[in-house]
Design a protein around this ligand. Structure first.
Ligand SMILES: Cc1ncc(COP(=O)(O)O)c(C=O)c1O
Length: 406
């Protein structure tokens, strides 16, 4: 039977200690540790079957291509996509959203509107700002309510015939808020808008199904789902991708080339210019297999328990202000907070001494922090291998930080 203990044993990182204790690694919203199966697969490919993909006809090139393209199928199944052609490999979520923003902006004109939310990561904000600058389109934002969830009461005035693109996160990397997307996507489609979902956080915490969601595009990163850095995914409905011009141009993405022009390959090749992150993609495949082996029932139950425990214990810390919903059913196990009288970076520094790894700063959501008049928060974010004991260690460390610096 799956247990957190048996999961943790699969991650070589946890043999590391700090002052004689194993780490309580609570920075998973930034990036996750990697299981042995991912490390082993990548090592094996480099040692035995490495070659460029889609080009050679010798054994290694053919094996490498088979492994690489096999991951497209794994990811298509992971997301519930209709076809492998709907899976584009990118460098990360940021590149996937830049691809979408660049390509979709080619059809924007002055006065068109792009609807975002106030909780977006810079990766799902700055590319749209640039798209708006290039085209004269306007950005609009769905505000937040007092419980750090989307306030949809004014949606009818934000979403209209001018709205061409709606781009929003499935789960906030700061607030932990899980957004209810299906109804919003339906309403966006009713006015003819294209919808992109930023699933950078959600991909590790929620079972995604792009068919059920009916989003047009969705982006996530390998390194946040226990896979390697350097690889991400843009899912797109085939009809959307077929209608989008390419982003990066060069080798592999062409059908034919003359000195003065070129024609484009079919999807997904049209969006994968140059040598892709071959071994990283294969490592991503191993990460998807790892998640499948743990199973979503276990992940969802375990993380619900971490969310409940985290909320209860953190809200009992004197002087702690949580930036995020207090209702466990509206959020995932990502907790950002301030501690009265102690700077977020000092909190993170003290926790480090106790072997508790958290992050301090604006977590690439500067506008959200400005909205609440906060320069920085400390963020503790859980993954599949965390336990309620890790949260206990966090709470003990926070109490010590307050005593030391208050
Ligand atoms: C919600 C969200 N979107 C986008 C990103 C960007 O991901 P990456 O840095 O892997 O491109 C992150 C990273 O933290 C994120 O949390």
């Amino acid at each position: 039977m799956t247990s957190v203990d048996s999961i943790k044993k699969q991650f070589p990182f946890f043999s590391q200690t700090k002052n004689g204790k194993p780490w309580a690694f609570l920075d998973n919203a930034a990036s996750c540790q990697k299981p042995e199966s991912v490390l082993k697969k990548m090592d094996e490919v480099y040692r035995t079957t490495y070659a460029n993909v889609h080009r050679g006809i010798y054994d290694m090139a053919e094996n490498g291509t088979k492994l690489y393209e096999g991951v497209r199928e794994l990811v298509a199944n992971f997301l519930g996509a209709r076809s492998v052609d709907e899976i584009i490999f990118t460098k990360n979520t940021t590149e996937a959203i830049n691809l979408a923003a660049y390509s979709l902006s080619r059809r924007l004109k002055p006065g068109d509107e792009i609807l975002l939310t106030e909780m977006e990561h810079h990766a799902n904000l700055v590319p749209w700002q640039q798209a708006a600058l290039r085209t004269g389109a306007k950005l609009k934002f769905i505000p937040l309510n007092d419980d750090f969830c989307l306030d949809l009461s004014g949606l009818h005035s934000l979403l209209g015939v001018k709205t061409k693109i709606v781009a929003l996160s499935a789960m906030s990397n700061v607030l932990g808020t899980v957004n209810d997307l299906a109804d919003l996507i339906k309403k966006a489609h009713a006015v003819g808008a294209v919808v992109l979902v930023d699933a950078a956080q959600a991909a590790a915490h929620l079972k995604l199904n792009v068919k059920d969601l009916d989003c047009d595009l969705l982006a996530f990163s390998g390194h946040k789902i226990y896979g390697p850095s350097g690889v991400g995914v843009l899912y797109g409905k085939a009809e959307s991708l077929n209608n989008m011009p390419p982003f990066l141009t060069g080798g592999h993405m062409i059908a034919d080339v003359w000195y003065d022009r070129a024609t484009w390959n079919t999807i997904p090749a049209k969006f994968e210019a140059g040598t892709p992150p071959i071994v990283e993609v294969i490592g991503l495949g191993a990460a998807v297999k790892f998640i499948n082996s743990v199973g979503w029932d276990f992940i969802l139950n375990h993380e619900k328990e971490l969310t409940r425990s985290g909320l209860k214990k953190l809200l009992s810390v004197d002087g702690l202000k949580l930036l995020g919903p207090k209702d466990a059913s509206r959020r995932g196990p990502v907790f950002s907070f301030t501690l009265d009288g102690v700077h977020a970076h000092d909190v993170a520094g003290i926790l480090n001494e106790y072997g508790v790894a958290v992050r301090a700063g604006h977590h690439c959501t500067a506008p959200l922090h400005k909205k609440y008049g906060i320069v920085a928060t400390t963020r503790a974010s859980c993954g599949i291998y965390n336990t309620t004991e890790d949260i206990d260690r966090l709470v003990v460390g926070l109490e010590r930080a307050r005593k030391m610096l208050d």
